[in-house]
Design a protein around this ligand. Sequence first.
Ligand SMILES: NC(=O)c1ccc[n+]([C@@H]2O[C@H](COP(=O)([O-])OP(=O)(O)OC[C@H]3O[C@@H](n4cnc5c(N)ncnc54)[C@H](OP(=O)(O)O)[C@@H]3O)[C@@H](O)[C@H]2O)c1
Length: 253
Amino acid sequence: MSKKLDWKICWITGATGGIGREIALLLAKRGVKVAATARSKDQLADLAKQNSAISAFPADVTDAKALGGVAQQIEKQLGPIDLVIPSAGVYAPFNVAELDLKSIHRTNAVNIDGVVNTIAAALPFMLARHKGQIAIMGSLFGYTGLPESGSYGASKAYMINLAEGLELDLAPKGIAVSLINPGFVNTALNADYDRPKYFIMKPTKAARRIVEGLDKGGFEVAFPGRVAIFFKTIRVLPKRLMFWILRTAFARD
Ligand SMILES: NC(=O)c1ccc[n+]([C@@H]2O[C@H](COP(=O)([O-])OP(=O)(O)OC[C@H]3O[C@@H](n4cnc5c(N)ncnc54)[C@H](OP(=O)(O)O)[C@@H]3O)[C@@H](O)[C@H]2O)c1
């Protein structure tokens, strides 16, 4: 760890998931009070039992009003939120042969609206204090189109653009914005994804990379390095070549 963490209170959504849970546990172990949000009350209660620094604030991120209430509750019960990590997310394949509009809309609702709702709930408190950090959970898969990722990948491309825009708007107001772009992490989210998962990582390792990266204070935390370089460089190739590489690299086994 490069420097001592100076966050006191972190609000994380998707806190019962593979990545969110490990981030919550890691931050709590290091003395940060963690407000944990997800829908499952039982799983949140189980998480809170692991460390007394973790408190459960159940909510559905698609419910903007409920999230506003949660942010108020956290400020009242724990104190000022100085780090918010909107990490709740879902993956559903965009299968062009059998379009499932319901799951596509659900992905947009959780991965896009859910993140915007979370930021909107925490932002007024941060703006009033001219202080805070928003660490948006994107994905390296937001950098290019990928087979059957029309809705998940697009939702993550939104995160990249959103984080860049917010950084421009919020840095002058004293609020830091960070973008977290992991590659494949071994969680329930991609359990049904049946294409190659290059350099897949354990959630514990991903959480360590995330917390260390946020602690360093740069804008983007992207890993593993090889996958990050792949997705960022492939974008600048001629499109026909880019599509050929992506089709080949992500063909089903
Ligand atoms: N796994 C990867 O390979 C990978 C790679 C890059 C980025 N990411 C991103 O990292 C984040 C976490 O992913 P993960 O792999 O840890 O996923 P996960 O294990 O499937 O966990 C998803 C989490 O989101 C919560 N959630 C889902 N819908 C929700 C809703 N409507 N309201 C509130 N919470 C909701 C779930 O809890 P409940 O179901 O109880 O609500 C759970 O805590 C996501 O944004 C994902 O896109 C993942």
